[in-house]
Each structure stands twice: as structure tokens, then as C-alpha cells.
Design a protein around this ligand. Structure first.
Ligand code: DC
Length: 228
């Protein structure tokens, strides 16, 4: 089966709401295909973390411009994972904390921020052989991606998954707080002016509410086979 996938490298764009399993799917898929995996949400989170650390006023375009000039984000493959670095510092855990999760949608709505990150994401994808997940990957970052998947899942199920994930990380949040955070982020992400979350016309919808991670991976591998 793998030799089949060696035939032609393509670009795979995976979009969808918060905590619907996009990253797990994208990472599993990249591993299977031996492609590069980029979590574009991590990039928005890294910028948010920098803004928090440096007390950047997110309503001040001049401050944002200066801050963006001082930010460098990269990924390094370690421990079988593509880990996010901010100005050379490993920030994989910090970018998942509650403070970042609370502010990141507001930061991701800033056009100056999007402009910088989209350019970087397009550079990563220039050689193809990439799986990227986010909110605007199939619509803005890679509108010509050969395969676009729009992942969705029931809100209760997404809340449950996120709640479990945070518990494992030792972060204390009630089920309802997690749910309200997802609702808030989905609302901001879908209604912002610049590149709102929406399904690309040529995206295939995958509802994984009742699929295991293995089942969703197999479903997308079948689709990938059709596009290579
Ligand atoms: O996937 P995530 O929850 O880690 O993403 C964090 C935030 O970044 C989320 O609120 C939406 C935003 N985001 C975005 O606007 N565009 C992307 N391509 C990826 C994430």
C-alpha cells in the first residue's frame, strides 16, 4: 500500500471547528504517507503566547507590527512529533494553556498576524508532500490543494474529547467551561472578517462523531488513494 503513495506528492488541507480531531487525523495521515505535518493552529498559538509574554496590546497595529518582526516560529521533529518553537524556545506545552486558548481566536482574527503566518505556511507547502490542518487551509493557504477535508463532529462529543485531553495534561476546567470556550472560539473563527472558517467548495466533509481515530484515518487514506 505504501509504495502506491510514493507515486506523487500532493497537498492535503484539513479544516474544521475547534477540537474536532483535525490535528490527530492530520498527524496520523502525515506519518502514514511520510509527509510533513504542520499544525497551523500552533503557529497562531505561538504568536498569542508571545503577545501575552510581551504584553502586546492587540488593538494597537504599531505594537503588533513591531512584535511580528521579532517573532520567528519553526517546527522541529522530535519524539515522533513536530514540535513548535518560538524564537528558538520549545513552546509546545505553553501554547496549549488556558490563557492562550482564551485569547488565540482574537489574535487569529488580526489581518497583520494572518498575513505573516499564511506566507510562512505557503513556504512550508511549496514542495508539496504536506498535510496541514487549520481553519483556512483549503480556502486561503492552499486553494489548489489536491485533497481538502472538512472535519466536523457533534459539539458534546468535541467538548468531551477536549475535556479529557485537558484532564490528561493536568489542566483544571469544568466540562461547561470547556464547552463555552469551544462555542466562543468557533463563533469568532467563523464570523471574523479575514479568512473566516468555512468549508471550501471542493472539500469533502468528514463527520467523525462516531468514528475512532483508526476509522477516520482509514477513511481519509482511501480518499488520498483516489487523489494521488
Ligand atoms: O487548531 P487550534 O485550536 O489550535 O487553533 C487555535 C486558533 O487559531 C483557533 O481559534 C483558530 C485559529 N486558527 C486560524 O484562524 N487559522 C488557522 N489556519 C489555524 C488556526
Amino acid at each position: 500500500m505504501l509504495s502506491f503513495f510514493k507515486k506523487r506528492k500532493i497537498t492535503i488541507a484539513i479544516d474544521g471547528h475547534s477540537s474536532c480531531g483535525k490535528s490527530t487525523l492530520a498527524r496520523d495521515l502525515a506519518r502514514k504517507l511520510k509527509y510533513v505535518y504542520i499544525d497551523s493552529g500552533a503557529m497562531y498559538r505561538a504568536v498569542t503566547l508571545y503577545f501575552i509574554w510581551h504584553k502586546i496590546d492587540i488593538h494597537n497595529p504599531d505594537e503588533i507590527k513591531k512584535a511580528l518582526e521579532s517573532i520567528s516560529i519553526d517546527f522541529r521533529y522530535k519524539r515522533r512529533k513536530n514540535l513548535c518553537y518560538l524564537n528558538g524556545e520549545l513552546v509546545e506545552d505553553d501554547i496549549r494553556n488556558a490563557e492562550v486558548s482564551d485569547l488565540v481566536s482574537d489574535v487569529a482574527a488580526i489581518s497583520q498576524v494572518r498575513k505573516k503566518l499564511v506566507a510562512l505556511q505557503q513556504q512550508y507547502g511549496s514542495a508539496k508532500g504536506i498535510v496541514m490542518d487549520g481553519r483556512d487551509i483549503g480556502t486561503v493557504v492552499f486553494p489548489n490543494a489536491e485533497l481538502k477535508i472538512f472535519v466536523t463532529a457533534d459539539l458534546e462529543i468535541r467538548t468531551h474529547r477536549r475535556f479529557q485531553e485537558l484532564k490528561i495534561r493536568g489542566m483544571e476546567m469544568s466540562f461547561d467551561e470547556v464547552k463555552q470556550n469551544l462555542i466562543k472560539r468557533d463563533h469568532i473563527d467563523s464570523t471574523r472578517e479575514d479568512s473566516p472558517l468555512c468549508q471550501a467548495e471542493d472539500a469533502i466533509v468528514l463527520d467523525n462523531s462516531h468514528l475512532s481515530t483508526k476509522e477516520q484515518l482509514n477513511a481519509v487514506l482511501k480518499l488520498t488513494k483516489l487523489h494521488i
